[in-house]
Each structure stands twice: as C-alpha cells, then as structure tokens.
Design a protein around this ligand. Structure first.
Ligand SMILES: Nc1ncnc2c1ncn2[C@@H]1O[C@H](COP(=O)(O)OP(=O)(O)O)[C@@H](O)[C@H]1O
Ligand SMILES: [Mg+2]
Length: 305
C-alpha cells in the first residue's frame, strides 16, 4: 500500500478560532476519500492546507511523497484543486476556458490537451458555447476537466456537486471513478449521502476534529450504534416524543417510518418499549451512514460545547 497523503498534527487557527485540531490523515493512492461533516468543520481549510494553498500552524508529513510543508510548490504542480464555487470564466467559451487554464499552467502541447479534454467531456460540438450558458452539472464537469488537464496525481474536490441535479451528479461521479481507475487519488467533500456511499473511504470531520475514518461499513460498525426502525400510523411523529429520552441518541423520520438509534441497547429498548405493540412494528436494522453521521454530529457538538 502506498500513501498519497500521510500527514499528522495538522492545526490551523483563524484568530482565536481553532478550526483544524490535531488532524491526522492517511489516504491510499488511487482511492476516493469522501470528506463529510457539518458546515464550518474545517473541510475546506484542510483541503487547502494539503495542497499548499494555505500554511498550517503546525503539522508534518508527506503529500505525494513530498514534504508537505517544505515542498508545497512541487505538490501544487501535481495536484488538481476544484474550489467550492465555479471558478471559470462565464463569458469565455468552453474551449477558451480550457485554453486559458492550459496557458496559466504553461502546459506544453496545449492544442492536444484542450482537444483531449473536450473529447473526454463530449463537448467538441459545443466548444464555442459560452461557459456561462451551461447547466450547473455541465459547468462542474467542465471545471473538473480543466483541473485535470495538467495530469495531476492528486485531485481535491471541494463540494463539486453542491446544487447539481441527481442525474448530473451521477455523471460527475462516473467521471471521478474513471479518473480514480486511471490511478488518481481523489479527496472530495460532500454533503450527499449517496455520494458518501460511492467513496472507497470516508473521513468524517466535525468542529475541526476527525471523528471517523474507514470504509462506509467500518464507519458504521465502529460507531457502535444500534438502530430500530418503527413502522405504523404516525410513526414519523413519534420522533418528537422519543427524542431526548435516555438512550436515544437520535430519532428521525425516514419517510413514513422512524429510525431510533443509540449506543446503549438496553436503554434504547426501554425507550421504545411503550410503543412496541400493535399497530407499531419494530425491526432492528443496520444503521445507515446518515444515522451514524447524525449521531457523530450530536456527539461532537457536546464535546465542542
Ligand atoms: N480565511 C479565513 N479567515 C477566518 N476564518 C476562516 C477562514 N477560512 C475559514 N474560516 C473559518 O474556519 C472554519 C472552518 O471553515 P471551513 O474549512 O470552510 O469549513 P467547511 O469547509 O467544513 O465548511 C469556519 O468557522 C470558517 O468561518
Ligand atoms: Mg467548505
């Protein structure tokens, strides 16, 4: 196993706000790692420190085999970074945008690279169309194409599909998987659960701390969470009654059903006992990633406060 990212002791404060706290993270080469966590938890800050755009207060380790503090310039050249907002020029055509990026990176063989990117996107016929006239999904695919034109080995994507419709998100993810299959290491932040499930690995960050790490299955298993699913008339409304009862870490409606989770099985069973009769039906289910994330978020908030 080779590591594309292997850093530890990462810290960053803005004023008196300690936004990344003693973060250690390892990422295997060629894997897609999803960064999840509430807003303001330090995901963007972490991604920016890893690719040398932001200087950490402390931390050591390697990115792409290079000292990430001392060799930031070399890391930058082998990294593609897609920011949270669309960062291309809306009033340039698709082709002009790609050519512009190729010039900024002083890439050789510009014509071929731009041609390859257009072909890969399937946008050869629309090369003269203004980028601003593309749909949200296509804009993001164009931005992705632009940030891999210099053939990076590491790709950092910051909420690349926020606000993009489900079909376009799926296509974007097909492209991420294609790039990963070609050997690229990908770190991607997202709020979407279906996207978390498409990652090889997950890192859950809350309030500057890494709370969970591993495959989706591992994250679920290590959470120690027990989840019951309740069905019956008005089951969704039960969530309000159950929330806050001892043993109930989380009670949330899922469609017409309710998921009740906690780490103390006996206490959890005691909490739902009054409703464990007809017309309600209860089954123990495997917690979903979403259950685990909501649970972790609650936990970290307690720690934070
Ligand atoms: N340049 C900055 N100056 C001051 N505060 C910042 C700056 N960048 C980020 N922050 C703060 O750091 C915290 C983490 O932000 P960020 O890394 O963007 O979180 P996330 O990407 O997880 O939403 C937030 O509270 C944010 O307001
Ligand atoms: Mg962010």
């Amino acid at each position: 196993m080779t590591l594309a990212v292997d850093v530890s002791g990462l810290n960053k404060s803005f004023g008196d706000k300690h936004v990344v706290q003693d973060l250690a993270i390892q990422v295997e080469t060629g894997k897609i790692t999803g960064f999840l966590g509430p807003n303001g938890s330090g995901k963007t800050t972490t991604l920016r420190m890893l690719c040398g755009l932001l200087t950490p207060d402390s931390g050591q380790g390697k990115v792409l085999g290079l000292d990430f503090r001392k060799e930031a310039e070399r890391i930058k050249r082998q990294t593609g970074y897609m920011t949270q907002k669309f960062s291309l020029y809306e009033d340039l055509s698709i082709e002009e945008n790609l050519t512009f990026v190729a010039r900024v990176y002083s890439l050789d063989d510009r014509r071929r690279r731009v041609g390859d990117a257009l072909e890969r996107l399937g946008l050869e016929n629309r090369r003269r169309q203004l980028a601003g006239s593309l749909s949200g999904g296509w804009k993001q695919r164009l931005a992705l194409a632009a940030c891999v034109m210099h053939e990076p080995r590491l790709l950092l994507l910051d909420e690349p599909t926020a606000g993009v419709d489900p079909k376009a998100r799926r296509e974007f993810w097909d492209e991420i998987h294609a790039l990963s299959a070609e050997g690229l290491t990908v770190m991607v932040s997202t709020h979407y659960m279906d996207e978390a499930e498409r990652c090889h690995d997950i890192a859950y960050i809350a309030y500057g701390r890494l709370m969970a790490r591993g495959t989706g299955e591992q994250v679920i298993e290590r959470s120690g969470l027990v989840t019951f699913r309740g069905e019956g008339p008005g089951a969704d409304r039960l969530s309000r009654e159950l929330a806050g009862k001892p043993g109930v870490a989380m009670a949330a409606p899922f469609g017409a059903a309710i998921h009740v989770s906690g780490t103390d099985r006996a206490a959890l069973e005691a909490a739902i006992a009054p409703w464990r009769k007809s017309p309600f039906r209860w089954t123990e289910v495997e917690p979903t990633l979403e259950d685990v994330f909501i649970h972790l978020m609650g936990q970290s908030k307690d720690n934070f406060e």
